[in-house]
Ligand binder design. Structure first.
Ligand SMILES: Cc1cc2nc3c(=O)[nH]c(=O)nc-3n(C[C@H](O)[C@H](O)[C@H](O)COP(=O)(O)O)c2cc1C
Length: 333
């Protein structure tokens, strides 16, 4: 059973062939008694991942395919990894590279160790993997295991020499150290309710969320400038929840759009400038923003308000799910 302090560690079998050495090697790795790691074999062959066909870059975390979501749930649940790779033509397997390419945030800020095997120990495969993992923001530990087919995998059996058992121990000890050190960078469910509060922001999602908020602000600005309520409301979801500055809750565009139309027709708001003050991107497809709207009158003391907006991405388009407007009596900077 995993203890709270153990790192949940996936030992990923990098070979998907029906007849393979990879499973035996992964099981040998997972048999190490390291007390700081809860080692679990993960078999790529059971995940049935197709060749990568996600419409959006995986770093955005917005997965279209059920197979990717299932893989994301598996990998997202681990704190650290041991990648067990065969050497195919002086590199890692296409299956492992494909599996790595499918995700991003689920790998990032986690420690990774490498076990290579092949005629000469699989070291060239591991070198390539190290470069790939570094691009995925993983921390690759130095000590590694290199199993030679003739010496450590005789007759298709996984029976590594004594020195390899020691190398496995050194590698996993390094993985436990780095995996533990990286804990504060990850907001995992186990941190909830512990002394540490999780920071929900996921930096890799921020650029995508920021572009969505910029688009919303551009619509609001153009709508107000042109007294065009349809442009102003262009990205409001049908069931948008809207808190007015006067304590009224409006539910849905049927309630909200007539109000905006009449305010626009009356040119109730003076010329104003919208500006994004802060942003949070806690999950794929969710953006939360604080947006200031400041009147452009000469005194600078005209109508201004702060709005909290929640945007949700649905099938590649962002929608305003909720907004709350708070008037500010005087500009506060
Ligand atoms: C497509 C292919 C390419 C290979 N290329 C290499 C290689 O470059 N270097 C090496 O040491 N072994 C190479 N081998 C031999 C593998 O190390 C050996 O077949 C091993 O069992 C593969 O791991 P697996 O059984 O878990 O798939 C290759 C094997 C295959 C199938």
């Amino acid at each position: 059973m995993t203890s709270i302090s153990q790192l949940r560690t996936a030992v990923v079998i990098g070979s998907t062939r029906t007849v393979r050495l990879g499973r035996g090697v992964a099981e040998w790795v997972a048999a190490d008694p390291n007390p700081d790691l809860d080692l679990e074999v993960v078999d790529l062959a059971e995940m049935d991942l197709p060749l990568l066909d996600e419409p959006e870059p995986p770093a955005w975390g917005n997965y279209a395919h059920e197979t990717t979501r299932a893989w994301s749930a598996v990998i997202g649940g681990f704190d650290a990894f041991v990648l067990v790779t065969p050497e195919y033509n002086h590199s890692t397997s296409a299956a492992l590279k494909n599996a790595l390419d499918h995700l991003y945030a689920e790998w990032a800020d986690k420690a990774v160790a490498f076990v290579g095997y092949g005629i000469e120990g699989g070291t060239r495969a591991v070198e390539h993997l190290r470069a790939i993992c570094s691009e995925l923001a993983m921390a690759g530990v130095g000590p590694q295991v290199s199993l030679r087919l003739g010496d450590d995998l005789p007759d298709g059996r996984c029976a590594p020499r004594e020195a390899q058992v020691a190398a496995r121990g050194r590698m996993l000890a390094a993985l436990a150290r780095w995996g533990g050190a990286l804990r504060p960078l990850r907001s995992t469910p186990e941190l909830l309710g512990d002394e540490t509060r999780p920071a929900l922001e996921r930096p890799e999602l921020r650029p995508h969320a920021a572009a969505a908020v910029d688009q919303l602000v551009a619509d609001l600005q153009a709508g107000l400038d042109g007294a065009d309520a349809d442009r102003y409301d262009a990205s409001f979801a049908a069931d948008v929840l809207w808190g007015s500055p006067y304590g009224v809750t409006l539910t849905g565009t049927d309630d909200l759009l007539p109000v905006h139309r009449s305010l626009m027709a009356a040119r109730a708001a003076p010329p104003s400038r919208f500006e994004v003050v802060e942003l949070r991107a806690p999950l794929p497809g969710i953006a939360i923003a604080h947006v200031r709207r400041q009147a452009l009158d000469e005194t600078g003391e005209g109508f201004s308000e702060m709005a909290l907006y929640v945007l949700v991405e649905r099938e590649g388009r962002w929608w305003l799910a909720a907004g709350q407007n708070t008037p500010i009596a005087a500009p506060s900077r």
